[in-house]
Design a protein around this ligand. Structure first.
Ligand code: SAM
Ligand code: SF4
Ligand code: SF4
Length: 345
């Protein structure tokens, strides 16, 4: 019987969207201070990050992953903050790889800690794919964005390390912000053409409350594609899987694939199958959520798997989120949102 406690298979929300993906933020800390995500003025030396005992343990995360898999989740992405700051994350990957129903584990990282050895260990633990964020090939621009003087060369080395460890194709995320790095779009495309890596251009988003977002700063996917197409003609290809966030294109000349993530100008809420778990165990059903549902308290006070599943059913079953589709509605009152560095991208 659908929606019974014994239900197997994907849960469905109020807009008929299945539960398929779970993004787990394993830490709210980061060693970068990207201006569009964790601006230094807000995330300064006095910022109160979560104390360690408030984070879900690996055992708690894995138990929840099992409950979510029962609700339909097949794919897990580890994120943060910077997920490679979480000690021994390889062990978490190997534990998640054993959860029945989970057939894909990926990780999004800024690359700063992704050495060849670490990449190898993660691959051996069962990680399938890596996304590395890189916003420019110019040190001056990249350092101004990461705001901790981190050089481009070390991120490029991390991308190589991931590919060498078999975590292919490596996806590279570039957030494009007008007047900051939009002049680098074609140069980035040129660099990654023919490498087998998939560069994805992300529209700068109004996540959280601290990045001072303005629509004028957004470079639309349409504009990005126009610039690329003028140099190397492209054509769209079908999504690799349902609910994929990036729209895929390939170069006509065989130079490979790129993606655009147009969450501002071409909202894709209609196919959004993603749930997000914060480091302290709150479930968010939208990247722009205001409040999460606490799963840590029941976990720590003896709830059974059936009780956790019932809670998940209740939350997903009443989900109506479609923030990006409603963003342009000027009549909607502004409300506080969870920070991106807290629940991951
Ligand atoms: N620290 C890791 C990293 O940077 O890859 C993982 C977490 S980060 C929050 C996940 C992704 O969100 C990154 O690719 C980052 O560039 C992207 N992101 C952060 N703030 C954003 C914003 N305001 N608009 C669009 N993308 C953003
Ligand atoms: Fe850290 Fe990633 Fe946010 Fe940059 S985008 S501040 S690397 S969490
Ligand atoms: Fe999904 Fe919310 Fe993003 Fe829409 S705005 S695609 S519902 S996370």
């Amino acid at each position: 019987m659908a929606n019974s406690i014994d239900a197997r298979g994907p849960l469905q929300d109020k807009l008929n969207r299945l539960l398929r993906d779970l993004r787990i933020s394993v830490t709210d800390r980061c060693n970068f201070r990207c201006t569009y995500c964790m601006p230094k003025e807000v995330f300064g030396p006095d910022f109160a990050f979560l104390p360690h005992e408030e984070l879900l343990t690996f055992e708690e995360i894995v138990r929840l992953a099992g409950v979510f898999a029962r609700g339909g989740v097949q794919k897990i992405r580890l994120t943060g903050g910077e997920p490679l700051l979480r000690r021994d994350i390889e062990r978490l990957v190997s534990m998640l790889a054993q959860v029945p129903g989970i057939d894909d584990i990926a990780l999004t990282t800024n690359g700063s800690l992704l050495t060849p050895r670490r990449a190898q260990q993660l691959a051996e633990a069962g990680l399938k794919r890596v996304t590395v964020s890189l916003d420019s090939l110019r040190d001056e621009t990249f350092m101004a964005l990461n705001d901790v003087h981190f050089p481009v060369a070390r991120v490029l080395a991390a991308i190589d390390a991931a590919a060498a460890a078999g975590l292919r194709p490596v996806k590279v995320n570039m957030v494009v912000k007008r007047g900051v790095n939009d002049a680098d779009v074609v140069e980035m495309a040129e660099y990654f053409r023919g490498t087998g890596h998939i560069l994805r251009f992300i529209e700068y988003m109004d996540v959280g409350n601290s990045n001072g977002w303005r629509m004028d700063d957004v470079v639309s996917a349409g504009e990005i594609l126009e610039r690329l197409n003028a140099r190397w003609p492209l054509h769209p290809v079908a999504p690799a899987r349902p609910g994929e966030v990036a729209t895929r294109y390939v170069y006509d000349d065989g130079g490979g694939e790129i993606g655009v993530i147009a969450s501002v100008t071409r909202a894709f809420c209609g196919t959004c199958t993603r749930a997000r778990l914060s480091p302290e165990g709150a479930l968010y059903t939208c990247l722009f959520g205001t409040r999460g549902t606490d799963f840590r308290t029941p976990l720590r006070t003896g709830a059974t798997d059936d009780e956790l599943f019932a809670r998940l059913q209740q939350v997903w079953g009443s989900r109506v989120d479609r923030y990006s589709e409603l963003r342009s509605d000027a009549t909607r009152p502004a409300r506080p949102k969870v920070e991106m560095s807290h629940i991951g991208g």
